[in-house]
Design a protein around this ligand. Sequence first.
Ligand code: 5GP
Length: 190
Amino acid sequence: MSKNQGKLFVITGPSGVGKGTLVRSLLSAHSQLFVSISATTRQPRTGEVDGKDYYFLTTAQFESMIEEENLLEWAQYAGNYYGTPKQAVLEQINQGKTVILEIELLGARQVKENFAQSQLIFILPPSEEELERRLRGRGNDAEEAIKKRLARAKEEIAAQDEFDYKIVNDQLESAIAQLEDIIFGKQEVN
Ligand code: 5GP
């Protein structure tokens, strides 16, 4: 790895834990960070914008990205495909930028395997009850989808020790401060 390669951070945690809010706050305070936009076959939620929140693809489009090896990692989650487009991330890392991926467990494992320098961060809910409350409170998923997400949440929480860092998202401000410490260390360089 050359000296000016950027860092790669992976943020994982069960659906409903508040990863999206954490990553958005981080980006608004540190616009120099590059947050990868994932591809997915899931339907857009109200307010989500193609090319900003996700690249919303058909299954055929997603599968051709897999075949053409255009994804850095990918996984199936609650009945849909999700993956990280490779080119943009590699370009940013090669330019020395710090890159953030907000992805689920299977993808995080793939990144760890392929990028020895990656740092994995797991976001935990204060409790499983609170997680379920947040997931249901969001009100944008059908019961079937919520059940799949809760089942997957348990599997992800069980794998928390595979991660380099853990943060409990109890108070947003404190969780952000912990994330900043991990990403920037004491001194903010890029
Ligand atoms: P949601 O449907 O709630 O936006 O995302 C569902 C799950 O997919 C979340 O855990 C989210 O972190 C994960 N996810 C989003 N983008 C990607 C991706 O590019 N790759 C993988 N492996 N997971 C992703």
